[in-house]
Design a protein around this ligand. Structure first.
Ligand SMILES: Nc1ncnc2c1ncn2[C@@H]1O[C@H](COP(=O)(O)OP(=O)(O)OP(=O)(O)O)[C@@H](O)[C@H]1O
Ligand SMILES: [Mg+2]
Length: 484
């Protein structure tokens, strides 16, 4: 791995130079060979678990790596916190992959930094394994996401409500820049840093953007919004609930970041929320589009002083862009849902067709993934078609008529549906069981078996059925935690 450190070209106010703290007894728990190959981790190193454990716990640094903890702020559950930053993470540097794409390599749980506040800088095995499983599942589902290269256990105990085994997770991301990174400098009135950050983000994530200031900043806002819309639409497609859509967890790259309290929705209900700290349901499944708009408003506010010397002047213009967001979202969302129903394009009346199905699912507590999977299978299986038509009543006939009107053959419709509808998702109870096994026994067989299934989520494979079942209690009592 050849490290470069482009973030260090920004001024020191953007980060703290700090090495990870060493750990007592690093042991490699999970290793992502596909990501390792992509990042060109040397063959010799990739087959040396002791060396990998030393490097990806932070005990040893690879040549060229100059670790930093980055500064950021953020709105957490609607409240602004002017200083957050990497309180338990170290950016080791960037690596250019086989395809020439640049990735941040970051350790999480690698010890305290000046941003740690009262935290211990550490991470427990459970949340580290959750991040590995969930990000791998999301990647395979086709959802933009950060990924994990490794999880290394530390041989040390971290103290949460109870003593837990510690771990360091290595995260690979297009970058770790967040809306909160902008907020950090906006809150300090540091316009020079904001401009430098804009140019850094554009170079890294939006190199196609052109134009002088301030047009360039408006274009950036527009494109960040576009990617966030695409991201949240993808979450809605697969039933993903992020759980903590704070602005410090909103990546400028448009990737899913921070798998702390995330979960998958089972029975369809837009009010579904599993996070123990989200008592008001702010980040419930169906609220995600609204929160996206709220978060993008915070991002837009950061850019105001760059748009005009009098920051009140561009307010109207920016408001127009923000007000337009729900319409843009709706368009992407309807196209996605149309795809789930096998429609090649959305036309008038289709939104009603979609809404009526979702109302029906909600009313009968039908499982979201399973219903769309069975609708997909109904294209080629009479038995499934018979069952689903019973369950969905008059809606079924309306849908069939709409498909007939479209005129595509069942095979084409099924292929289209399959691209949108997974056979299997990382169901909460299976994620928990896999994590538990790792925590309690240090063994990873179940995680690996689960990952093998999750890596082909649109296919029925040998072990897929073992992970498709719904939890006995319908996840009624399921809760996730921030994992800090
Ligand atoms: N154990 C800890 N020690 C120190 N700081 C922590 C700890 N846990 C969380 N933090 C800090 O609290 C803030 C919010 O935490 P949050 O759970 O959103 O992020 P995270 O999971 O640590 O990191 P990321 O967003 O990079 O995935 C961040 O600034 C984070 O660094
Ligand atoms: Mg976070």
């Amino acid at each position: 791995m050849n490290f470069i450190n482009s973030y260090l070209q920004l001024k020191e106010i953007f980060y703290e130079k700090i090495r990870p703290s060493t750990v007592a007894n690093p042991q490699l728990l999970l290793w992502n060979s596909a990501v390792a190959q992509q990042l060109m981790v040397g063959e010799e190193l990739a087959h040396d678990p002791t060396a990998l454990a030393a490097i990806f716990s932070g005990n040893e640094l690879l040549p060229g790596s100059e670790p930093v903890a980055t500064a950021y702020a953020g709105h957490q559950f609607g409240h602004f916190v002017p200083q957050l930053g990497d309180g338990r993470a170290h950016l080791l540097g960037e690596v250019v992959d086989l395809a020439g794409k640049r990735w941040d390599i970051q350790l999480k749980g690698s010890g305290p930094t000046s941003f740690s506040r009262n935290g211990d800088g550490r991470c427990a095995v459970g949340p580290a394994v959750r991040e590995f499983i969930m990000s791998e599942a999301m990647h395979a589902l086709g959802v933009p996401t950060t990924r994990c290269l490794a999880v290394v256990t530390t041989g040390e105990t971290v103290y949460r409500d109870t003593p837990l085994p510690g771990a360091v997770v290595t995260r690979v991301a297009s970058s770790h820049l967040r809306v909160g990174t902008f907020e950090y400098f906006a809150a300090r009135g540091n316009h020079e840093a904001l401009k430098a950050l804009c140019h850094y983000v554009i170079e890294r994530h939006y190199p196609e953007l052109e134009g002088g200031e301030p047009v360039l900043y408006l274009a950036l806002l527009d494109q960040v919004i576009e990617r966030q819309i695409e991201l949240v639409v993808e979450w809605m497609r697969v039933g993903f609930i992020h759980g903590v859509m704070n602005t410090d967890n909103t990546a400028l790259s448009g990737e899913t970041i921070d798998y702390g309290p995330c979960a998958m929705m089972g029975a369809y209900d837009p009010q579904t929320v599993y996070s123990s700290i989200d008592a008001m349901g702010r980040y419930a499944f169906g609220n995600q589009p609204k929160i996206l708009q709220w978060n993008m408003s915070r991002f837009a506010e950061c850019l105001l002083p760059l748009l005009d010397d009098d920051p009140t002047k561009p307010v109207k213009l920016v408001e127009l862009i923000i007000d337009e967001l729900p319409r843009r979202f709706e368009q992407h969302y309807l196209e996605m849902m149309a795809g789930k129903l096998g429609l090649s394009a959305c036309k008038t009346g289709d939104n009603q067709l979609i809404d009526e199905l979702l109302d029906h699912l909600k009313e009968h507590s039908f499982d979201y993934t399973l219903t769309f999977d069975r609708l997909t299978k109904s294209q080629s299986c009479e038995v499934v078609a018979g069952q689903v038509s019973q369950e969905l009543g008059v809606w079924w006939d309306r849908w069939r008529n709409r498909l007939d009107e479209q005129g595509d053959d069942p095979q084409t419709v099924q292929q289209r549906m399959r691209q949108h509808n997974p056979v299997v998702i990382p169901r909460n109870h299976h994620v928990e069981a896999a994590i538990r096994e790792c925590e309690q026994t240090g063994k990873t067989e179940l995680v690996e078996k689960f990952l093998q299934v999750l890596r082909s989520p649109y296919k029925d494979q040998e072990h897929t059925a073992e992970f498709q079942d719904l939890p006995a209690d319908g996840d009624r009592y399921y809760q996730t935690f921030c994992g800090t």
